[in-house]
Write a protein that binds this ligand. Structure first.
Ligand code: SF4
Length: 138
């Protein structure tokens, strides 16, 4: 599901309608909370690995797209990202979402756009400085 920053979450009432209005979904009702020490680039790297691993490979956009999302996130995380990678991530997500036969494709694509929308500065910092901008992150 799309990630939401704390200032938006604090305005929600933790019900399906409220979360949907804020731009995400509650799905099965599970919630992951990440505090300010969590690197959002590494978080998306981990998430993209999960979806690449879970893709059954039946649809080309999901099979190829989840692999490319992970490869791009891996290079950004490890200091080899390029400035154009941020827009490319969005483009790959756009080419997965709504083009697959099951919901896993959408589930892989939606977080990418939300991570970049709300935490773009962390991605830019990783690319420009080849390291994490969260000081306490180890
Ligand atoms: S969207 Fe679903 S059916 Fe298509 S490749 Fe991904 S996991 Fe398989």
């Amino acid at each position: 599901m799309p990630v939401l920053p704390a200032n938006i979450m604090m305005e929600c009432t933790m019900d399906y309608d409220s979360i949907a209005k804020a731009g995400s979904m509650l799905g099965s009702g599970a919630v992951i909370v990440m505090d300010e020490t969590r690197c959002m680039v590494k978080s998306l790297l981990r998430l993209s690995y999960f979806y690449m691993h879970e893709s059954c490979g039946q649809c080309t956009p999901c099979r190829e797209g989840t692999g490319w999302l992970w490869r791009m996130m891996d290079r950004i995380e490890h200091g080899k990202g390029r400035p154009e990678d941020i827009d490319l991530l969005n483009s790959v997500a756009d080419n997965i979402q709504g083009r697959t036969i099951c919901a896993l494709g959408d589930a892989a694509a939606m977080p990418v756009r939300a991570f970049i929308k709300h935490y773009r500065e962390e991605f830019v910092h990783h690319i420009e400085h080849k390291t994490c901008m969260v000081p306490s992150y180890i």
